[in-house]
Design a protein around this ligand. Structure first.
Ligand code: MIG
Length: 799
């Protein structure tokens, strides 16, 4: 491991002067005197890849992160040969490469420096492993901020931090602990209102230093592999993130039920216990869509088996749970018990599918089942086989989702907590050691699981959740933040980690609500639920070796708060589903840290707690005990306090009063917020109205609502409904226009329009230019306007 600072090391080697260059369509090659080649590839006008070799030739190019379907193509590309440098110019960027030393500087077209090499590319030869320790350092200007990097448990802005990427089972991790479960070597730099991104697509152990070692230097390096990174230009952070997400891929839509509330514990068993828990949700009227079975459902922790004492007839149980509106989700770990009577073990052995040590023996390590071997998911044939193992679980038993754990991979009772580094992997036909494959092992397991669950769940949509992940895993799976702790500090961390994952391309994430280790107080649990319902993935989970952590495990007040907030999540399902659609279509993160929302406002650069849920709701959790409110930053613009409908203007820090059953929530003025009625589970009810809460604003605001069959793939054939509402507000009138796209017919027939914050008394309302449709009496009585869903224009005027 590299523990010394990268600068102190005296064995660094540097590129010498450029001796020739050539261009092949979108790629420009620069050759130096000492066998270094820099290959610069223009993927888009704003997306440039830099790849270096020190050998005089490039090895096979292969990446698990890059999505085959990523956008590429540019409008303009010119290479200019100057006296001291070469310049590569696109319609967005100018990239200057120094002839004397290969250093790179990237400018926008107004000649502002965006990112400049300090030492630039340099390396150290590794006699022990072969190849190089590859390094890059950049100049960092004062005032620069850094964001991204996946699940790092530290403040949003990474300025002044050094982080390490090596997937690790980090039970009960602490603030600032490194490394964690996931590896997302992507960061965003922001300086002078310009955002750019760097994606260092190197799967070896990598490090990033953001002005930690030296004040004006940012750097990144890896223990092996290539210096291979993508520069992604903004200038808006929104553009950087959506381009990174396009490059590494987006998921398909999850079934809507996956956005409901989920209940988990290690473990619910036997069947009777599972039934008691699920029945209690219904009895207490707390919406819930999914129940999880942790490792104890298996026979001696053997994957794809059932403990028949606890679960005598899984198929019957799963179908009874399903009749009661619960989807069953089961855990599957990578460790396969060494047991010659166990069919999975026997098959893998026969097919030679387990990972091997360098000298031949199978990699053996202890996990829950005892001594195990581990499938090499980096072999496509192994993935295919693994996918096939889900047939019975999904097609026959009716399980609806699979939970992949321990896939860092975790090994017990060994100092490094994982495989020895000499273990061999196929790496899709690019054989390598665990040094290179470690960080993508979990991703490839999740991918194989996804392939199987998807196949057997068809024509419905699959649901997968994984603990470990590398960039691009979002294409296959959702994820959670691992084994957190029931403390207030962890609530603070969960909030940041989920926001950070959100702008790191991994949108579908959440934390173990209430904390995995240790017992939360009722107050902490309530505060965690109040945050958790605003996370894309919303699940209570706990280690089960302390008290209970179901919503009713505390007191009635906590139970009521839990119900209130889960109800709110179910009401907001059309809003949540719409933000998911924007994520899968355009790569827009579902949660937006304030700096993402408004990077121009420097007040946002160091904010941690507040975030935008979707596009129009500002959420600020309460993170301390005994709070009667909190200070928070309200971003620029005009907002309504969700609880009081009081209007406030942003761009300032302020105190917000809240009760125990509230957290600060604000809705952007002009929003049309769609709501479903509360259901105990998705698809429980058929309803004939969609509620629209219209928050008045002077000026124009657009809101969209995406809907479809809530499962299945018909939406890909145009069977969806996409509503675009435009609100135009003036002193004494409001106009609501509606435009509908798509071939899907929603069940409801009407909208119930609630008008919030109108600055005038209504005198007339015209629907599609007909005035008579307004019934003042019923509007007064009911507080809403009922309008047929096919309307084009609602015109409200004041006296
Ligand atoms: O060594 O399956 O993070 O969610 O409940 C612990 C038991 C293994 C760790 C997971 C946790 C899960 C637990 N697992």
């Amino acid at each position: 491991m590299i523990t010394n600072t990268e600068l102190e090391y005296k064995g660094n080697l540097y590129p010498s002067k450029i001796v020739s260059f050539d261009q092949n369509v979108d790629s420009v090659y620069f050759y130096t005197d000492n066998n270094v080649i820099l290959k610069v590839t223009v993927l888009r006008d704003s997306l440039i890849r830099f790849r270096y070799t020190t050998k005089g030739y490039f090895s096979t190019d292969f990446s698990y992160a890059i999505d085959d379907n990523h956008t590429h193509g540019y409008n303009f590309l010119e290479v200019v040969d100057k006296t001291e440098s070469y310049q590569i110019i696109t319609s967005k960027l100018k990239c200057v490469i120094q002839k004397s030393d290969l250093r790179v500087c990237i400018y926008d077209l107004q000649d502002n420096v965006l990112l400049e090499d300090e030492l630039g590319f340099h390396w150290e030869e590794s006699y022990e492993f072969g190849g190089n320790i590859v390094k890059m350092s950049k100049v960092s200007k004062d005032g620069e901020s850094f964001y991204g990097l996946g699940d790092k448990a530290t403040q949003m802005n990474l300025k002044g931090k050094r982080v390490e990427n090596f997937a690790t089972d980090q039970y009960a991790y602490q603030k600032d602990q490194e490394p964690l479960y996931k590896v997302v070597p992507f960061y965003i730099g922001l300086q002078n209102n310009q955002s750019y991104g760097i994606f260092f697509d190197n799967t070896f152990r990598t490090f990033f230093d953001f002005c930690y070692e030296r004040r004006n230097v940012s750097s990144f390096w890896s223990e092996g592999g290539e210096m291979n990174y993508y520069f992604i230009y903004g200038p808006q952070m929104q553009e950087v993130v959506t381009r990174y997400t396009d490059l590494t891929g987006k998921p398909e839509l999850p079934p809507m039920w996956a956005l409901g509330y989920h209940q988990c514990k290690w473990s619910y068993y036997p069947e009777k216990n599972v039934k008691e828990i699920t029945a209690k949700f219904r009895a207490l009227k707390i919406p819930c869509d999914a129940i999880y079975l942790d490792i104890d459902y298996m026979e001696g922790f053997r994957c794809f088996t059932w403990n028949k004492n606890y679960f005598p007839d899984p198929k019957r149980m799963v179908s009874e749970l399903s009749d009661n509106g619960f989807k069953t989700i089961v855990i599957i770990d990578p460790g396969i018990k060494i047991d010659t009577d166990y069919f999975v073990y026997k098959e893998a052995l026969e097919k030679d599918f387990f990972c091997k040590r360098a000298d031949g023996p199978y990699m053996k390590g202890k996990v829950w089942p005892g001594e195990c071997n581990f499938p090499d998911y980096t072999n496509p044939e192994v993935r295919e086989w693994w996918a096939g193992l889900f047939k019975e679980l999904i097609s026959e038993i009716g399980v609806k989702g699979v939970w992949n754990d321990m896939n860092e991979p975790a090994v017990m009772e060994v100092p490094n907590k994982t495989f020895p580094m000499d273990v061999r992997h196929d790496y899709d036909g690019n054989p390598c050691s665990h040094r290179k494959a470690h960080n993508i092992y979990g991703m490839q397991m999740a991918r194989a699981t996804y392939q199987g669950v998807k196949k057997y769940t068809y024509p419905k949509r699959p649901f997968i959740i994984t603990r470990s992940a590398y960039s691009g895993t979002q294409r296959y799976s959702s994820s959670w933040t691992g084994d957190n702790v029931a403390t207030w500090e962890h609530l603070w961390l969960a909030n940041i980690q989920v926001q950070r994952l959100s702008i790191s391309g991994m949108g579908f994430t959440g934390s173990d609500i209430g904390g995995f280790a240790e017992q939360p107080s009722g107050e902490l649990y309530a505060r965690w639920i109040q945050l958790g319902v605003f996370h894309p993935f919303c699940r209570t989970h706990s280690s089960g070796d302390h008290g209970n952590q179901e919503p009713w495990a505390f007191d009635v007040e906590v139970l009521d708060i839990t119900r209130k907030f889960i109800n709110l999540r179910y009401q907001l399902l059309p809003y949540l589903y719409t933000m998911f659609w924007q994520y899968i279509e355009e790569g827009i993160p579902m949660l937006k840290p304030l700096v993402y929302y408004d990077q121009e406002d420097i007040q946002t650069h160091y904010r941690n707690d507040e975030f935008i849920f979707g596009n129009q709701i500002l959420v600020c959790p309460i993170l301390e005990p005994n709070s009667s409110g909190r200070r928070m930053y309200l971003p620029r613009g005009s907002w309504y306090n969700y609880w009081t409908n009081e209007r406030v203007s942003g761009g300032r820090e302020m105190w917000v009063d809240t009760k125990f059953d509230e957290i600060p929530l604000f809705v952007k003025a002009g929003t049309i917020l769609p709501k479903y009625p509360v259901q105990q589970y998705v698809e429980e009810l058929e309803f004939d109205v969609l509620t629209l809460e219209v928050y008045y604003k002077e000026g124009i605001e657009k809101s969209v609502v995406y809907e479809d069959a809530q499962d299945g793939y018909d939406y890909k054939k145009g069977r969806y409904s996409f509503l675009t509402f435009q609100v135009i507000g003036r002193d004494n009138e409001v106009i609501i226009q509606l435009h509908k796209e798509g071939k899907f017919e929603t069940n409801y027939t009407h909208y119930e329009i609630k008008l919030i914050g109108l600055p005038f008394e209504i005198s007339t309302i015209a629907i599609n230019n007909e005035k008579d449709s307004y019934d003042k009496v019923s509007y007064k009585k009911e507080g809403f306007l009922k309008v047929a869903k096919e309307f084009h224009v609602v015109h409200i005027t004041g006296v």
